[in-house]
Structure formats: structure tokens, C-alpha cells
Design a protein around this ligand. Structure first.
Ligand code: NAD
Length: 386
């Protein structure tokens, strides 16, 4: 038996925050970060809740890529507030921190498990899809650990594109490539299904059509809405189908060298697509055929599987170039000698990452080492075309 889980309730569109007026609560904890306060987004949420008579406390010092210390701070906040509503307003880091705090409290304290607060997630980046996933990524020292549990799912997800308009171009590019990576990895995952495929295909089309516009003109609310919805649909796909080794390698790269999550995926994605498709060999894997199908859906040359895979690889690299993203890890601030020195550690982390088992091709340490080295220079295109 297979299953496809659909949760939470998703409210979307420019007036979607209005659903907060329906929420019944007495004490709310708003989990957020300084950017949300600075851009006035936290105020928009607290104003609605306070007008409803809800007592709102704010925890606004969640850091990017939350670590265990952040989760411990959040547990203290929850203890002092005892909320019956938790609202997470921010990017994946904020939503994951809120998830990890609620989860850890429920695991460690039976009374907290009985009184789980309602949980509303309001993403302010179009990237992780965390508002609809049963995943939470928490850093322990230099390793990103992925918690996976259905109880991490929020009750309500609010997708308001006006909350994403302030995301600067570089973060728009990073997070947008994360969306693409979620769709690509869910699509070729060994746990893919008709349901996740349908979502992934739509996502890939929307990313190529709308992400460059979001990058050029962050105030284009139609493009922002399409990317915000794509991010959420990609989350729905991968929370069911899981992901692959681009994410495993990106988690380790991000944990060790603090490369932002979406950028790490962008740097690794083409190398993994080329490897999954076996472009240096027969190029007739199931993954290759699915990549070629995506190329066809994108109206790219795809008369043969090899041509389709090559077209998709060119499209990915062109999208990166268009948004002025680094072509390879070597073009980032990561030091070459440090990278080589820490390769075995990163490879070890990636091998045990929870995204690795569903990759369509089973990697060993040597394959992952080669993928990292290839992503360092970032040039799988010549081989695909050759
Ligand atoms: P992020 O949450 O770390 O945010 C990146 C930066 O953007 C931060 O400085 C933040 O303050 C800023 N920002 C957020 N919204 C903004 C806005 N509207 N205007 C201006 N600035 C804004 O980045 P992210 O990519 O959304 O999340 C990354 C984290 O999520 C990583 O830790 C990653 O591992 C994790 N992740 C989780 C899942 C999941 O399913 N739970 C999936 C993928 C990634």
C-alpha cells in the first residue's frame, strides 16, 4: 500500500492572512526573526490577532539554519508563554524552529503532548515548502539533522504573496532554486507517485516561467504568487515522495560551510541530474526518461532521452546564470583547501542523510566525492551534450 498525505488547510492569495480572524485562541506565541520585525510583517500578524483579543508574545531571534541552542531557547519561550496558538512567520528557518520546539516539547513532556497548541505556518520565502512538510531541519554542530514526523505538520498554512515581496534578489534566487530542486528530486524519487508527479510537473513549469521575473522585479505580485504556490506544491510533493542526494549533499555543504540551503542545492543540482541520468553512459535510466519528459513539458528540445536531459541541464544552468548565481562551489567563498580537507566528513554526512535512500541511483562514498568535486567546478553540460 502507498499513501499520499494531505495536510494542512492551505489558505492562499493576497488576503489570506484574514484566516487568522477565524482562529480561536487566548495566548499566541509568534515565532519569527528580526527581518520580519524590520519589514513590518510581524506587526501585520500581531495586529490581526490582538484585534481578536488574543494575548500575543513574540519570539523574534530565530537565526538562519536553526541549531539545537535555538530550539532550547524556543522551549523556554513556550514554557513562559504556554500558548494555545503558535504562529511561525518567516522563511524555512523560522518555520523549522517552531516545528522543532513543538515536537521536542511533545516528546519530552507528556503534559505538553496533550496540549499541543494550534500551529499556523506563514512562509515569507518561496523556497522550502516547510509549511506543508513533515520535515524540520536542525543543525547540531556542523551537521544538519532532518527530523521527519507527521506531527510536525502545521494545522494551517497561509500563503500570502505580499509577504514575499521584500525578499532581496539573491535570496529570491537561492530559495527559488530550492523549489526547483524539491520538484526535480521528488519527481525522480523511488517513492514518487502519480500524485507527487503531477505536483512536480506543475512546479517545474511555474519555476522556469516566474522565477526570473521575481528575481528582476520583486514587486511583481503575480510572479510572486505563482512562485509561492509552486514552493508549497513542491513541499506537498516531497513530503510524500521524499528527496534525493542533491539535498543530502546540500545539507552537509550547508552544515559545514554555512552555504545557504537553496544556493547549495543550486550548486549541486545539475551534477546530480547528470549522474542520475547516467549521461556519461547509456543515458536510459528511469530518471533520465523523467528528466526528458520535463524538458518536453518545458518545450525544450527532447527528441531523444539524451537530448531531453541535456536540454534540462542547459535550462538549469541558464536559469542560474540569469540570476547571477555562482556556477560552482569554487565560485563561492568556500576555500579550496578547506573543501578538500572536509570532503570525507561531508560525504559521511550525506551518506547517512535521510534524503539519500530515495535517490533513484544508490550512491557510495566515491560517487558522492565525485559529485562534490564536479559541483566545485560546475560543468556537467559539456559531457551531457557530448
Ligand atoms: P531562511 O529562512 O534561512 O531565510 C533566509 C534569509 O531571508 C533570512 O535572513 C531571513 O531573515 C530572510 N527573509 C525571510 N523572509 C524574508 C522577507 N519576506 N523579506 C526579507 N527577508 C526575508 O531561508 P529559507 O531558504 O526559507 O530556509 C532555509 C532553511 O530551511 C534551512 O535550514 C533548510 O535546511 C531548511 N529547509 C527545511 C525544509 C523543510 O521541509 N522543513 C525544506 C528545505 C529546507
Amino acid at each position: 500500500m502507498s499513501e499520499f498525505l494531505l495536510k494542512p488547510r492551505i489558505c492562499f492569495g493576497q488576503d489570506a492572512l484574514a484566516v487568522l480572524t477565524e482562529v480561536n485562541a487566548q495566548r499566541a506565541l509568534l515565532v519569527t526573526d528580526q527581518a520580519m520585525v524590520k519589514f513590518g510583517l510581524a506587526d501585520r500578524v500581531t495586529t490581526i490577532l490582538r484585534a481578536r483579543g488574543v494575548d500575543v508574545q513574540i519570539w523574534d531571534d530565530v537565526v538562519a539554519d536553526p541549531d539545537i541552542a535555538t530550539v532550547v531557547r524556543g522551549m523556554k519561550q513556550m514554557d513562559s508563554c504556554a500558548p494555545d496558538l503558535v504562529v511561525a512567520l518567516g522563511g524555512g528557518s523560522v518555520i523549522d524552529a517552531a516545528k522543532a520546539v513543538i515536537f521536542t516539547l511533545a516528546q519530552t513532556r507528556p503534559d505538553a503532548a496533550r496540549q499541543r497548541p494550534q500551529f499556523v505556518a506563514i512562509p515569507t520565502t518561496s523556497g522550502t515548502g516547510s509549511e506543508v512538510t513533515s520535515f524540520s531541519v536542525v543543525k547540531a554542530h556542523a551537521e544538519k539533522l532532518v527530523l521527519v514526523d507527521p506531527s510536525l505538520l502545521p494545522d494551517i498554512a497561509i500563503l500570502d504573496p505580499t509577504l514575499v515581496a521584500s525578499v532581496p534578489p539573491a535570496i529570491t534566487a537561492d530559495t527559488g532554486m530550492d523549489v526547483l530542486c524539491h520538484a526535480l528530486e521528488a519527481y525522480v524519487s523511488t517513492a514518487a507517485s502519480d500524485f507527487s508527479d503531477a505536483l512536480a510537473e506543475k512546479v517545474v513549469q511555474q519555476v522556469f516561467r516566474y522565477l526570473p521575473t521575481c528575481w528582476r522585479n520583486g514587486g511583481d505580485l503575480l510572479a510572486r504568487e505563482k512562485m509561492h504556490n509552486a514552493s508549497c506544491m513542491a513541499g506537498m510533493a516531497f513530503t510524500n515522495a521524499s528527496l534525493g542526494v542533491t539535498h543530502s549533499l546540500a545539507h552537509a555543504l550547508g552544515g559545514v560551510f554555512r552555504v545557504p540551503h537553496g544556493r547549495a542545492n543550486a550548486l549541486l543540482m545539475a551534477s546530480v541530474v547528470a549522474w542520475n541520468a547516467d549521461v556519461n553512459g547509456q543515458c536510459d535510466t528511469d530518471a533520465a526518461r523523467k528528466y526528458a519528459r520535463l524538458a518536453h513539458l518545458l518545450d525544450l528540445p527532447a527528441h531523444t532521452v539524451r537530448e531531453g536531459v541535456a536540454s534540462l541541464l542547459v535550462a538549469i544552468e541558464t536559469l542560474k546564470e540569469e540570476m547571477q548565481m555562482p556556477a560552482g562551489i569554487g565560485a563561492t567563498a568556500v576555500d579550496a583547501a578547506d573543501f578538500e580537507r572536509r570532503l570525507p566528513e561531508m560525504v559521511g554526512q550525506a551518506l547517512r542523510d535521510s534524503c539519500t535512500p530515495t535517490n533513484p541511483r544508490t550512491p557510495d562514498a566515491q560517487a558522492l566525492t565525485e559529485l562534490y568535486r564536479q559541483a566545485w567546478s560546475g560543468a556537467p553540460l559539456a559531457r551531457a551534450n557530448g
